[in-house]
Ligand binder design. Structure first.
Ligand code: ARE
Ligand code: CA
Length: 475
């Protein structure tokens, strides 16, 4: 399975609309994602999940934290995000808008707490009526060697695969019964038009079980193999590393890459030199571009300190622009709700059902809609696989590069604008700067720049901003 591709003028950019309800995803596909050239959308874990009825041990203050959805109780599609009918209708609407749908799939475990769900089911740890019973789970002693039954050592192979991740009942993914139930669930989603999956906690499933499961998956409605992106945090040794999982799915998540992006964009030594220049060889030492779902942040890394977040404002937008322009991995743009406590609930009704996204309200952060980002989605789609050429940097926080002869960008991570002349390698002409305007009926709605006969352009790159254009943006 290759990277997601959909519709004319699109390559592979995905939006990750974390914990948007199904109706909101559907209207976003029609209103923004399709028109802006997004090829795909990743949506949240859709299976029925834990719905807490009381607070935990006193250390938490939110009744319905965002992470309830990572505790499935069945594979029925009634969730915090909506009903099964709403889910199906969302997939159909998105596909009609040219946007393929990728689902966050939890296959490693079932819930570890509670007794009621959004779908109104009752259950207990190891007993999920009509689906799994105790024999379908790894058990402490017989399978899991840790004294608590939980993963205590993330470098220990047997613990990682057979013990409980933060107390979540660990499925026997090596058994035919569990594999069949999982395949039935995922194939139902594919039947509804879903094009692939982000596999949660893939490290804890292991390569063999992941490959066996994928063999059981049907082709998508487009006739492709489903695109499967595996969640494997970096740092694990040998076969526990993301590098060791590139053969176990279509791609792995770029969880080391987002750390590096943060490090580059946040480098502000006292001498003021900064460090975007290090990005000249971004991707070196990381999983191969064609095997990586890359992003500036996701729902974990915006909370755990690994990545830039929406709170970084212009720096975050600049990093999104870099990722879209540079071409490492299948790029994904993350948009979700605003939060201060890491456990916070997404905007919900009193029963925990997530309310409609309102990008104009402060409760939501719609990074993927920002003109700075949509301009670069178009750029990414236009330049395709053209190589990075004409790299230039000032050794610090100002960089510029072309993508073959198809497009050119300069990015400035300093706090003051810089004016200078750059080599672009593009044909002479007047171009629309897509970070601030777009071309319609031959006219640019924002500032233009002029490339001379030698392929040079003299521009002012705004503080914490970019200038970008492609061959298609000539006016
Ligand atoms: C919640 C409570 C827990 C409670 C549990 C069960 O917070 O206190 O015990 O429920 O009742 C998310 C939240 C968790 C939440 C869970 C279930 O983050 O807080 O637990 O949902 O509701 C490892 C895994 C990696 C995993 C991270 C979190 O390898 O797969 O831990 N990431 C995915 C998701 C998470 C999600 C889950 C998995 C569970 O993206 O959002 O949890 O479905 C090193 C190691 C990594 C390790 C990392 C932890 O880097 O190498 O392997 O990641 O540390 O930071
Ligand atoms: Ca496991």
């Amino acid at each position: 399975a290759g990277a997601p591709q959909a519709g004319p003028g699109r390559t592979d950019v995905m939006a990750n609309l974390f914990e948007w309800n199904w109706d909101s995803v559907a209207s976003e596909c029609t209103g923004t994602l399709g028109p802006a050239g997004y090829a795909g959308v990743q949506v949240s874990q859709p299976a029925d999940s834990l719905k807490r009825t009381k607070l935990g041990d006193g250390s938490d203050t939110v009744l319905h934290p965002w992470w309830e959805i990572y505790q499935p109780v069945s594979y029925e599609l009634t969730s915090r995000m909506g009903t099964e009918a709403q889910f199906r209708s969302m997939v159909t609407t998105c596909r009609r808008a040219g946007v393929k749908v990728y689902v966050d799939a939890v296959v490693n475990h079932m819930t570890g707490q509670g007794s009621t769900s959004y779908g109104g089911r009752t259950y207990s740890h190891f007993e999920y009526a009509g689906l799994y019973d105790a024999s379908d789970f790894h058990r402490k002693g017989t399978d899991c060697p840790s004294s608590t039954g939980g993963i205590e050592d993330f470098n220990n192979l047997r613990q990682v695969r057979t013990c409980e991740l933060v107390g979540l009942a660990d499925l026997r993914t090596d058994s035919p019964k569990v594999r069949n139930e999982l395949a039935k669930y995922l194939n139902k989603l594919i039947g509804y038009g879903v094009s692939g999956f982000r596999v949660d906690a893939a490290k804890h499933v292991g390569q063999d079980d992941l490959l066996a499961l994928q063999k059981k998956l049907r082709d998508t409605v487009d006739g492709d193999r489903p695109y499967v992106a595996l969640e494997v945090f970096g740092g694990g040794p040998g076969i526990l590393s993301p590098q060791a999982f590139t053969g176990a799915g279509s791609a792995v998540l770029g969880l080391d890459g987002d750390i590096q992006i943060k490090n580059a964009f946040k480098s502000y030594p006292a001498d003021g030199t900064g460090s975007l220049a290090v990005l000249k060889t971004f991707g070196d030492g990381l999983t191969p571009s064609g095997k990586t779902l890359s992003f500036v942040q996701n729902h974990d890394t915006e909370r755990n300190g690994d990545a830039l977040t929406y709170k970084d404002g212009a720096t975050n937008l600049l990093a999104q622009q870099f990722l879209l322009a540079y071409g490492y991995g299948t790029p994904q743009v993350y948009s979700s709700f605003a939060w201060s406590a890491t456990d916070a609930s997404p905007p919900s009704d009193p029963g925990g059902l997530i309310t409609d996204t309102d990008c104009a309200s402060e409760a939501w952060v719609c990074v993927h809609r920002d003109k700075a980002v949509t301009g670069l989605v178009g750029f990414h789609n236009h330049v395709g696989r053209a190589p990075v050429t004409h790299w230039w940097d000032n050794g610090g926080n100002l960089i510029a590069f072309s993508r073959g002869q198809a497009g050119w960008i300069a990015l400035n991570n300093d706090k003051s604008p810089v004016t200078r002349t750059f080599d672009t390698g593009l044909a002479a002409g007047t171009y629309c700067d897509v970070t601030r305007g777009s071309v319609s009926k031959g006219k640019c709605s924002g500032p233009t720049v002029t490339v001379d006969a030698r392929g040079q352009v003299r521009v002012t790159v705004p503080a914490k901003g970019a200038v970008a254009f492609t061959r298609a943006d000539r006016v």
